[in-house]
Ligand binder design. Sequence first.
Ligand code: KIV
Length: 286
Amino acid sequence: MKTRKLTVSDIRGRKVREDVNPLVMVTAYDAPSARIANEAGVDLILVGDSLAMVVLGYDNTLQVSIRDMIYHTEAVARIRPDVHVIADMPWMSYHVSDEDAVKNAAALIRAGADSVKVEVRLDQLPTIERILSCDIPVIGHIGLTPQAVYASGGFKVQAKQHEEVVALIQLARKLENVGCYAVLLECVPMFVAEAVTVRVGIPTIGIGAGPYCDGQVLVYHDILGLEKRSYPRFVRNYADLHTTSTEALTNFAADVRSQAFPDRSESYDSRKWTIGLQESLSQLDD
Ligand code: KIV
């Protein structure tokens, strides 16, 4: 059970053991979702660039800018959650130069994040080191990296070949060695995730990576079933808020049309203000 906001040192030591539970991470993009995540007692909130798809209606995450990420990180931080907040570095915020990467990571920290998440390829390790050298904690995101959707040819399970598994483990170890406090593993077979988890000293947080990770993350809108669509196999809907919300709005529309809403108890009673009003109105109508 979470008792206080986790620091990166707390998280770094959170490998699952007999007496240590997996970390719970959920995405949030605005004040209400952050408030709910906070009240639910999650360990980590990720202001993910998935907001491109679940909030802004794009087909992939490439459309969100650093300005969007700052705006949404500020909205989450504004409620002062008692939870470690991670902000995603969006596509093109760390690809052009290390100077850009550092400035953009710093902007997310100034917006209220406690650390940043970066989707990493091997050749981007120097950039990660540069961000870390400015005392900005980083969680490295490996496996399926959605910002590479066009280069990799789609959202597919990764590390199916032996060489890819070895490369994934080596990359996770390098992230640990340069100083990342955790690794996020997306869409890899569960035994590959396990192979990574047992070979690194920092926690692995999985999405679509099976049960043998040190933590799990899901997208807020997916947990709540806010969209009526087919979900990937790794999503578990814990509610059907699409149906609940549609029913609520349908009922509202019906009540307005039938004049069942609002009733008198939902209206301001102006009787005491209308003393003498009749007279003023009749003067108006003369
Ligand atoms: O942006 C996001 O929500 C993510 C998750 C897939 C973990 O990176």
